[in-house]
Design a protein around this ligand. Sequence first.
Ligand SMILES: [Zn+2]
Ligand SMILES: [Zn+2]
Ligand SMILES: [Zn+2]
Ligand SMILES: [Zn+2]
Ligand SMILES: [Zn+2]
Ligand SMILES: [Zn+2]
Length: 397
Amino acid sequence: MESSSDNTDVVTMIDLLNDEKELSDQAYAVFAGSDEKNCNGFKQRQALYSCLTCASDVKEDSSKAIGICLACSLNCHDKHELVELYTKRNFHCDCGMKDGSVTCHLDPTKTKNGAHGNSNNKYNQNFSGIYCKCKRPYPDPESSSSDEMIQCVICEDWFHSLHLELAGQIPPAAESYSEMICEECMKQNDFLYDYSEFTVTATNDPSSDADTNASKEQAATKPSTSSNTEKKEDDESFDKSVVTKRMKLSDDICHRPKNKENTKSSLTHGSAAFWKGPWREKLCKCEKCLKIYESLNISFLTDMRDTTHFYEEKAKEKEQPASAMSSMEAALSSLPRVQQIDAISSYNNMKEKLFEFLQTFVVNNQIVQEEDIHRFFRNMTESKDNQLPGTPQHFCR
Ligand SMILES: [Zn+2]
Ligand SMILES: [Zn+2]
Ligand SMILES: [Zn+2]
Ligand SMILES: [Zn+2]
Ligand SMILES: [Zn+2]
Ligand SMILES: [Zn+2]
């Protein structure tokens, strides 16, 4: 322990709270896009939970699942066993609308027989707490390895990066891509291989690694500008899209890339794909292609508001009222820890550890030095890397 007699570098509680705020902001981004007080029924994207207490047979048949919104998880399914599903698209809260569910306290107009539009909800194994091709829970009590999980933007299931079909390639660095599509979804939507020039493949080229690291910070908030070359490319294609729009008035020309020989990235047929920046903007929107997307039920790909990136950015824009944090904390602490989102677990973990840490100074009658705090957060970061597979950035960009 360093000397406590100096009066330099004494850390105030404000500093501590600011440090803590960074972590709480991460947790806030997941929930702020969703309403914690009102059940809004259908949302293009919302935080979602699966209630295992109400839907006890979900493990045998995922269509029996009961997916509920954040507000209903707190108000109608309090103390029930819930699976956290992060966010899902185009879902109507099932609370009070399916066999087994409790009555919805927040929206009593929702009934089991009412025509309120939860019939288009899609359910997968995640609703019973099972993920990936290996069909394991998360976190996996029987696995000590910390392979990160990545969400496929089409089926919305989560995959261990090592369980994806990558045709011998290693998974690319999380900062280098914005979205992933698993091999099954790629095969079902075969035309996507024509767009492989907008995917990234991991290489052992050290210069590309350096580039990736340098732009890491930037990529976390703005995946579209992860490198200068890419930005230039975007500018060019932006100009092209203006031209495209003008041409569209007179002629509906298809811009789906056809000649695979010319593509910069070689994506092996049958493998999963990691997509660069705002790749969805590159998808052709001619009449014929739009019809293809519709027939494959993937029209959401052409809507940028569908992305988790958009959801989180929108959440960050919202002003954080002083009371929001405390009510969110209450919300978090009332949730069963069935499947913990990393940001939240590290946030709660950090708070607990911080109090323990500060307690040692009180007991020993010492002043907290700045170095002590740095050491605390350094230790937190190290233990976080060891314990937790991935961060929300890996999941959602
Ligand atoms: Zn609801
Ligand atoms: Zn329930
Ligand atoms: Zn409800
Ligand atoms: Zn797996
Ligand atoms: Zn998929
Ligand atoms: Zn087209």
